[in-house]
Design a protein around this ligand. Sequence first.
Ligand SMILES: Nc1nc2c(c(=O)[nH]1)N[C@H]1C(S)=C(S)[C@@H](COP(=O)(O)OP(=O)(O)OC[C@H]3O[C@@H](n4cnc5c(=O)[nH]c(N)nc54)[C@H](O)[C@@H]3O)O[C@H]1N2
Ligand SMILES: Nc1nc2c(c(=O)[nH]1)N[C@H]1C(S)=C(S)[C@@H](COP(=O)(O)OP(=O)(O)OC[C@H]3O[C@@H](n4cnc5c(=O)[nH]c(N)nc54)[C@H](O)[C@@H]3O)O[C@H]1N2
Ligand code: SF4
Ligand SMILES: [Mo]
Length: 754
Amino acid sequence: MSSAITACILCSRNCGLTVEIQDQKFIKILGDEQHPVSKGYICQKAARLNYYQNHDDRLQHPLKRQADGSFAQISWDEALTEIAQKLNDTKKQYTGNTFAFVGGGGQGNHLGGIYSSQLLAAMESRFIYTALAQEKTGDFWVNGRLFGNQQCHTTEDVEHADYVLFIGTNPFQSHGIVNARDTLKAIQKDQQRTMVVIDPRLSDTAKMADVHVQLKPSTDAFLMAAMLSIMVREGLHDKVFLAEHCTGFTALETELLAIDVADFAHRCDVPLAQIEQVARGFATAKRACVRVDLGTQHSLHTTLNAYLEKLLYLITGNFGKKGGNNLHTHLIPLVSNTDERKKGIRTAKHKMFPIGGLYPPNILPDEINHSGEDRIRAVWVDSSNPVSTYANTTAYTEAFSKLDLLVVVDVAMTETARLAHYVLPAASQFEKVEATAFNLEFPENFSHFRHPLFSPLGESLPEPEIYTRLFEKMGIIPQNFPLLSTLAKLEPKATSRLGYMMGLQLLFKRKPALQKFAPSIMYRSLGKSLPNNLAAAAPLLGLTMAYAAKYGEAVKRAGYEGSKKTLGNSLFNSILTNKSGVILSKHEYDEMWSLLKTKDKRVHLEIPEMLAELRQLPHEESVTNSEYPFILMAGERRSYNANQIYRDAAWRKTDVNGTMRMHPTDAEALGVEKGGEVVCESSVGSIRAFVELDSSVRPGVVTLPNGYGLSYKNGAPVGPQLNMLTPSDHCDPLTKTPYHKFVPVKLTRVGVSV
Ligand SMILES: Nc1nc2c(c(=O)[nH]1)N[C@H]1C(S)=C(S)[C@@H](COP(=O)(O)OP(=O)(O)OC[C@H]3O[C@@H](n4cnc5c(=O)[nH]c(N)nc54)[C@H](O)[C@@H]3O)O[C@H]1N2
Ligand SMILES: Nc1nc2c(c(=O)[nH]1)N[C@H]1C(S)=C(S)[C@@H](COP(=O)(O)OP(=O)(O)OC[C@H]3O[C@@H](n4cnc5c(=O)[nH]c(N)nc54)[C@H](O)[C@@H]3O)O[C@H]1N2
Ligand code: SF4
Ligand SMILES: [Mo]
């Protein structure tokens, strides 16, 4: 048995872990007290990580689908040679834009994403579809307008706020904030601090709150607009802050003053007095922040919600300060910036533009089914199970079955992999070097680079090796870089690595086409001279150098030494050697303004498209559907779900079937008892679910958990296959992110109790 340090890979917190391991297994899993952010914290899900590392769906060999539909083992060399040939043929015959990449990193594997993203360049395609573009692109789009760039992402300082608004999020179960349960308990215990939860359900977080605003589902836009209106009517907005840091307030104020607050309160089914109480409490608190998640991002008015939520902290001046919302830095950027007005970036069928560089999964089946020559013909999936996790499982299954080429890179035989022509086995996140890009903190940001704990299972390979070999086979990069490798070796003490970086620049100057493949080139050259098989870390050198060049003072405050030329390299060395993770940078609060990307360094509050949608709200008819009278919240986070990372249902200690929460009055009307089964039918499909009587939900609303419905060992799915119910076109008109929290369904009783 030996001890090691790693991180949890189940949610975006990526808590640090200390583990005891033996024979490819975890024997004991504890929180790592040395981790700079989680400091020993973990939740109940991490202890089960053996269910990710060792199970019967783990892939061990490259597989090729045969004419009869079965899979046969083939060698890596055969697989990559054949795939490279097919990709090159697709590009030549139909142009690269008939190729789409899907996924590219889950909850903790973003180092692989640095390598896989080169495939788009190799294919000369712009189409990348990811899970982020089915939840967060409304947020990114609004960030682009307010802050000048879609990479300007904000974080919330819940730990130091006196007044916290949780809107559409249940951090007690989903985490998403620093050491969630400890942080929530600290606020709950402190009489001076206030926690408000805005949620149609009495969630575990709502149970801890000072105020629970139990609004009608998908009425957040009305509620937040009413709060903002109350603030400006009562003069509670921060005039000094607005004058100094923002433009466009006058136009916004006019719209907010025009709102009929009593009507909006009525539409949310929330007492006006409660909305006033929260608006006043938030606006007058010393330090207040807002934290949102899928409750506002998977419900009606997604993009408007993102705008209004940000206005709450902006007009009250809770931006750029301790306990407020803040912009932060990135070492590994999760998204890029795209201007939707740019020509030649739209999809063939929906004419959809990217946001943050990403295209929305809801439209991909249509882009494949499209009759034009420019339809998507080849798809590459990595670290994602779209057939099961993206909206409309039937549409995905049918569309993927029509593809000329489907390649899946995964650690496990997933529902999507079963449809593929080639399945490529990836080493697990504990069998290779990995890193998370979810480093979204301010004023201190961190990085955690993980070392391998086990050797790769069977013939599985880490993604850096898979992609680099593929590019070599495609004839896109040479196999050797003798000069660069020599330069890397010439600096054994690695004090600056400047010689190597200059060599790299020289290569790119001579062959500009190679620049897009810098990660693989660095892996094959610099990687060879890195200690302990950490080759895949090589591209981080470029990122740490860029980071140090941008935020030199903040990096030095975090304790790193070096000149302009060497600081990035000391950061790189430190990341590679500190197994528990490192603090990258320490900013001062007033430096946050330098992260804004607008030319005038002000926040641009006036977004005409959003103000137009706001103006339309009073004219909106309330959404009712007599054929599908219930609202299903399709995707609740609970104690025992974690996206689709665990496939074996045995990992769950409770709630094995993933029950449907239903209000007792609804159950009575349907004649369903506790444990009874219902058929849940939407406009696109139907599934069965066992019912749990639960008065935490509003009457007329039912919930089902995220992450169930997997066919482990190709057996019957366990728990609800949610996306059998979710229509592709039930989505935000601007961003095309799905309304998973607002799926109209019909329920009928199946039988007696189980
Ligand atoms: N245990 C667990 N944790 C996870 C995950 C997991 O699968 N399991 N997944 C991770 C991922 S990928 C994500 S994105 C996050 C998501 O994390 P969260 O968004 O916090 O989780 P959810 O339970 O999906 O939704 C949050 C709340 O939104 C409420 N809600 C539903 N409709 C509305 C509405 O119209 N308005 C408002 N205001 N609230 C509404 C729900 O009742 C629920 O309590 O969780 C992460 N953490
Ligand atoms: N109806 C409904 N649908 C939802 C949601 C919902 O609330 N309701 N939630 C949505 C949200 S917010 C999200 S983020 C998505 C998540 O859905 P996906 O983006 O599909 O991600 P995961 O479920 O995390 O699955 C990740 C896949 O990565 C594989 N994997 C794990 N480690 C590695 C690795 O090291 N390398 C490779 N190559 N593969 C690996 C796993 O085996 C798994 O197949 O689901 C979405 N789907
Ligand atoms: S699931 Fe999230 S909160 Fe829980 S231990 Fe893992 S990373 Fe931490
Ligand atoms: Mo997510």
